[in-house]
Design a protein around this ligand. Sequence first.
Ligand SMILES: NC(=O)C1=CN([C@@H]2O[C@H](COP(=O)(O)OP(=O)(O)OC[C@H]3O[C@@H](n4cnc5c(N)ncnc54)[C@H](O)[C@@H]3O)[C@@H](O)[C@H]2O)C=CC1
Ligand SMILES: O=C(CO)COP(=O)(O)O
Length: 409
Amino acid sequence: MTASPGSYRRKHKVTVIGSGNWGTTVAKLVAESTSENPDVFEKDVQMWVYEEKVEVDSKTQNLTEVINSKHENVKYLANIPLPHNIVANPSLVDAVKDSNILIFNLPHEFIGNICRQLKGNILPYARGISCIKGVTVTDDKIELICEYIGEHLEIYCGALSGANIASEIANEMWCETTIAYNTPPCDKRSAANANGVNGDSNGGKSGTAYEEHRDSRGQIIKTPLTPVPQDYPPLDHEEMRLLFQRPYFTVSMVSDVVGVSLGGALKNIVALACGFVEGHGWNMTAKTAVMRRGMLEIIQFAREFYPETVQEKTLWEESAGWGDMIVSCTSARNWRYSKMAVERGVSIQEIERTELNGQKLQGISTSREVSSFLRARGVEDKYPLFKAVEGILDQKVNLDDIPHLFRKA
Ligand SMILES: NC(=O)C1=CN([C@@H]2O[C@H](COP(=O)(O)OP(=O)(O)OC[C@H]3O[C@@H](n4cnc5c(N)ncnc54)[C@H](O)[C@@H]3O)[C@@H](O)[C@H]2O)C=CC1
Ligand SMILES: O=C(CO)COP(=O)(O)O
């Protein structure tokens, strides 16, 4: 950091949007960090909760009230004591009021509706981090969730993804993650104004800045940005790491938003495939073949649709790449419940309804979205594993057919 944090008039205020298994876990770790760094961050962390009724102590209560009184998310992260500075809030607009760091952490299918509600109700200079693993697809266009958020809310949004099982991290078992964040040039502090002496208290409206990225069609998208006012501490890699890193959660900061986002989203399709083959009675050798081919399809996808921006190194070296692939195909929910579906001879949607207590499997919708995008582009045959997973979900492909799909003529 370029100046002593105490010299700034304002502090970064954090809201976590989402409160499922991972949403609540991330709220826990950032709330621990804000408590430890009161010069940089407001201590209280708002957590927006999709309100629902829960049965506690033989009474039907609002989940938010239970979280705020018991300091436990009894539905999505039971038996984990939460820091008392997490404030569960059922109003999305109220939860983001005055927050300049927005952490998006909910199943990807809800992000469109969330952005519609947030538009016009956030600080213009807010910055986002998306912990969401998924993509959005419209016709023949695919968008990374962080870019979707950035475009719709006119803010800069980075991405956090890695080999992260929420329940293990909530229990403070060590792991790593990757954060892709490209500090917008307008947020970089020069030595002259690093002490906040030029404190901008006009709501950050001065200056014109843009975030630029190339979308999956190769078009350059330019989003106007409002600079973070200088009476806040800086908001760069160092502060992002300070917010997310814990003794049990090691953060690697990178710039590759595409690699981090695609690795996290597409591995869920591969995890379903691993569960299917294991449920079918095959073991590690079959799963390894699926993982290897799955990673090749992820890399091919990144090369085909984001050739100028992806850094393939991310997929090989970062937790958000191979690390996530391994953990997802051996111990995460998409793998576990697709295996269970095959073992019980029922659909995975049925298992999601009956076994997950409201949690969501991102692989099902991601498989359908990615397949529809590849079909719209006429390239689905170049991705036989992704195609097979959709076929299995639709009961058009038998598991015994999988080896034949990869056999060379
Ligand atoms: N759970 C994990 O171990 C990890 C999850 N992730 C990713 O984090 C993201 C969030 O997943 P989780 O926190 O695990 O969620 P979850 O699957 O545990 O819970 C589902 C959440 O969706 C909410 N919800 C239900 N209907 C809704 C609606 N109409 N609008 C808005 N929210 C609604 C529920 O209240 C609940 O908070 C996903 O993209 C997932 O892939 C990433 C790493 C680890
Ligand atoms: O992303 C995850 C592991 O890194 C969690 O995956 P699941 O949603 O399949 O549990």
